[in-house]
Design a protein around this ligand. Structure first.
Ligand SMILES: *[C@@H]1O[C@H](CO)[C@@H](O)[C@H](O)[C@H]1NC(C)=O
Ligand SMILES: *[C@@H]1O[C@H](CO)[C@@H](O)[C@H](O)[C@H]1NC(C)=O
Ligand SMILES: *[C@@H]1O[C@H](CO)[C@@H](O)[C@H](O)[C@H]1NC(C)=O
Ligand SMILES: *[C@@H]1O[C@H](CO)[C@@H](O)[C@H](O)[C@H]1NC(C)=O
Ligand SMILES: *[C@@H]1O[C@H](CO)[C@@H](O)[C@H](O)[C@H]1NC(C)=O
Length: 509
């Protein structure tokens, strides 16, 4: 009984609801049409006169279709035009980029060596921001040093972090206020960040510097990203802010910083202000925070198919080439970059069909040979040669897929590190020599050739400066015939039509 009366009540309510909606619909259609009278071909006065004789729907239908079809035609033309402009990219050069390096005076003597690795006196533009004055020698070829403004009036309440975060988060605004001319981008980094400057240019020239852009990448550590944010650019990996965005930021940053006294660092403060500005992070996977410990080999040899932009936490991880200081090791990597910066670390995968080996080349850095055939889908995944930020070997801790270094002792990679690259003008190719790391390998019972017999791998590659103007694709590699038993010769370059990473066995006749 009660249920029935309830349903009828609902029904009558529904009827009223629909009537009201119908009325509102007619009412608002009129208002909207008369409001738009100026752009609209239908004369509003005429429309209301017709109201009594013609159903309103057909009128709106007719008028709206005729408007939209015209507008759409025009829009489509504009979109096509805009897209063609977009694909050409922007002619951003190194001279349009200003680096803002966040440093501290007590680590300066040690950390400045990392800056020297990538900084080019009189070519790169930028400033190092310090808390206190330090001794400087002119012949060192380091960027100009500036002392940050006093931030003691800002609130800072985080118990784990340091107040210097306030100073560092203001580096962008303070660099802007120096008033340098012809700046398109501000690129922030720490004193232990190494940039591959050509690739900074390659990545940023994809974006319109006249718009608001916040470009960078998240951490390797899933936990860090949960704690901070997946949409925050990690400061150590470096990030870029377009000039107009820096101007807008400078207007509000101090107010913004005071709203977040409890945050930990400088980059989460920057992210908080970006969120207030409503500008999302544009992710570029070539910026590397490297929130890991141990050996970067696994990460460096399976770099995403995108230009290598930066490396960070170089004091925390082992030297990237064994048996060298980290600074010397980085210099060696950047020596490779001089020949083909666009391809630095780019991976290619092929197989030695005679010896049943899997080969992965990380151009300009290392070649790895493994016994047996492993699929490209596995080889393009970083091996866990490193530990996570909590110094544990926990594979669930990363924001990307990883794999163990080996699933069987016989499959442990033999690593050949780059020693020297030179350009051969006759072949118009770079020739790189990679020597085997003499680290001990586990005993292997498999009755097949061991890569241990090889001393070196020689890699031939044609320079490819324009590769990132095409769709991203791994290079291909091929094993070249060789008479020497102690060397392997490899070709690396653009895949030919139909060429893929597969084991091609010779047909048995
Ligand atoms: C609309 O039509 C009426 C007569 O039908 C006319 O007086 C009025 O000027 C017209 N308005 C516009 C904007 O064309
Ligand atoms: C308005 O309606 C009148 C007739 O009702 C017509 O003569 C006139 O052309 C109409 N004007 C417009 C702008 O549609
Ligand atoms: C909408 O307009 C099209 C043609 O322009 C017509 O065929 C159709 O019947 C109209 N629909 C309504 C609901 O009036
Ligand atoms: C910064 O300002 C505070 C007062 O606002 C002052 O006590 C302090 O000495 C200043 N620090 C420096 C390094 O000038
Ligand atoms: C070398 O090779 C590149 C890429 O194929 C080509 O653009 C360039 O013109 C060549 N240079 C010479 C000197 O042949």
């Amino acid at each position: 009984m009660q249920r029935a009366s309830q349903t009828s009540l609902i029904r009558s309510n529904l009827a009223w609801f629909f009537l009201t909606m119908a009325f509102l619909y007619i009412f608002y259609t009129n208002i909207l049409l008369s409001d738009n009278g100026k752009d609209c071909p239908v004369n509003a006065t005429n429309l209301s006169a017709q109201e009594n004789t013609e159903p309103i729907e057909s009128t709106t239908n007719l008028s709206s279709t005729s408007i939209t079809s015209k507008v759409e035609e025009k829009k489509e033309e504009e979109i096509v035009k805009m897209l063609s402009q977009r694909s050409q990219g922007y002619d951003t050069e190194l001279k349009h980029i200003v680096f803002g390096i966040a440093a501290s005076s007590n680590l300066w003597e040690r950390r400045k060596e990392y800056i020297k690795v990538w900084w080019r006196p009189k070519v790169t533009r930028g400033v190092v921001w310090l808390d206190k004055r330090v001794k400087v020698r002119k012949e060192e070829g380091l960027p100009k040093i500036q002392i940050s403004e006093n931030t003691s009036s800002f609130k800072y309440t985080n118990r784990q972090g340091q107040r210097s975060a306030l100073r560092i988060s203001r580096v962008v605004s303070e660099t802007l206020r120096l008033g340098m001319k012809d700046v398109r981008w501000f690129v922030m980094g720490d004193d232990d960040t190494v940039f591959i400057v050509e690739n900074v240019v390659r990545v940023l020239s994809k974006y319109d510097h006249r718009q608001f852009y916040y470009v960078g990448s998240s951490s390797e550590s899933h936990i860090q990203n949960i704690f901070f944010s997946y949409s925050m650019a990690y400061g150590g990996g470096g990030f870029a802010i377009s000039y107009p965005l820096a101007k807008e930021l400078a207007k509000m940053q101090d107010r913004c910083i005071n709203r977040y006294p409890a945050l930990y660092g400088s980059d989460d403060r920057m992210h908080a202000c970006m969120a207030e500005l409503g500008v999302p992070l544009t992710k570029e996977l070539g910026f590397h925070q490297y929130d890991v410990y141990g050996n970067l080999l696994g990460l460096l040899t399976s770099h995403p198919v995108t230009p290598l932009v930066s490396l960070h936490h170089l004091d925390v991880v082992q030297p990237i080439f064994p048996g060298m200081t980290q600074v010397k090791a980085l210099q060696r990597l950047l020596d490779s970059a001089k020949f083909d910066s666009a391809s630095l670390l780019q991976q290619s995968i092929c197989y030695d069909a005679e010896r049943f080996w899997s080969i992965t080349v990380s151009w300009g850095y290392a070649v790895q040979l493994m016994r047996g055939v492993m699929s490209p889908r596995e080889l393009e995944m970083p091996t866990r040669t490193f530990l996570n930020w909590y110094q544990r070997a926990d594979y669930t801790a990363y924001a990307f897929n990883t794999r163990p270094l080996m699933r069987h002792p016989c499959q442990k990679p033999f690593v050949f590190y780059v020693s020297k690259i030179r350009y051969d003008p006759v072949r118009n190719q770079t020739i790189g020599i990679y020597y085997r790391d003499k680290a001990a390998s586990p005993y292997c019972r498999w009755r097949m050739d061991s890569p241990e017999k090889l001393e070196s791998v020689v890699v031939f590659k044609t320079t490819d400066n324009l590769r990132w103007q095409k769709s991203p694709r791994r290079d291909c590699c091929r094993v070249l015939p060789s008479k020497k038993t102690s060397s392997m010769y490899l070709w690396v370059g653009n895949c030919q039509e139909g060429e893929i990473s597969e084991l091609v066995q010779e047909q048995t006749l």
